[in-house]
Design a protein around this ligand. Sequence first.
Ligand SMILES: *[C@@H]1O[C@H](CO)[C@@H](O)[C@H](O)[C@H]1NC(C)=O
Ligand SMILES: *[C@@H]1O[C@H](CO)[C@@H](O)[C@H](O)[C@H]1NC(C)=O
Ligand SMILES: *[C@@H]1O[C@H](CO)[C@@H](O)[C@H](O)[C@H]1NC(C)=O
Length: 147
Amino acid sequence: MKETNMVFYLHDLFISKNATAVPVAKRSKEATVTDFGTLMVIDDAVTEGPKKTSAQVGRAQGIYVNSALDGSSMHLAFSIIFTNSTYNGSTLEIQGADRYLLNRREVSIVSGTGAFRLAKGYAVLETVYFSSSSNGVIKIIVTVYHY
Ligand SMILES: *[C@@H]1O[C@H](CO)[C@@H](O)[C@H](O)[C@H]1NC(C)=O
Ligand SMILES: *[C@@H]1O[C@H](CO)[C@@H](O)[C@H](O)[C@H]1NC(C)=O
Ligand SMILES: *[C@@H]1O[C@H](CO)[C@@H](O)[C@H](O)[C@H]1NC(C)=O
């Protein structure tokens, strides 16, 4: 078993011709990502720094759904698919309750593939920037045990 620590940034782009996070279900026409029941599909860029222009290390593909009646938490279920030279093709599977109103919160890393086969771990999430009507940037601090 080894421990690997990594830090990267996820860019959720809601409002753009090139949106990478799109709502596929919502309770009303006006509902946003912060309303209970909104289901998003993502194919977000994952970069090594907080700026969109910093080097890309992979993509985050999957879903999240606002699953708190008061809108305060998203259930995350997505894969980080690495594309940089160190981990090209390997994936991490992220799942958990993202109580995004907190500055720091934790979600689980439930498994992985490639370099991360049989992975178990956790990710600390920190919001760098968030606006329900435009974009979000999330810092992801990963601690993972794998073979
Ligand atoms: C969308 O992506 C294209 C190609 O990368 C780029 O030229 C364009 O400026 C982008 N548009 C917006 C609104 O971000
Ligand atoms: C990652 O792997 C793909 C095919 O498996 C290859 O086309 C690509 O060049 C690789 N990228 C890096 C950065 O090694
Ligand atoms: C690839 O990305 C991971 C995660 O951000 C990072 O730990 C690793 O150092 C990167 N490798 C290179 C060569 O940039």
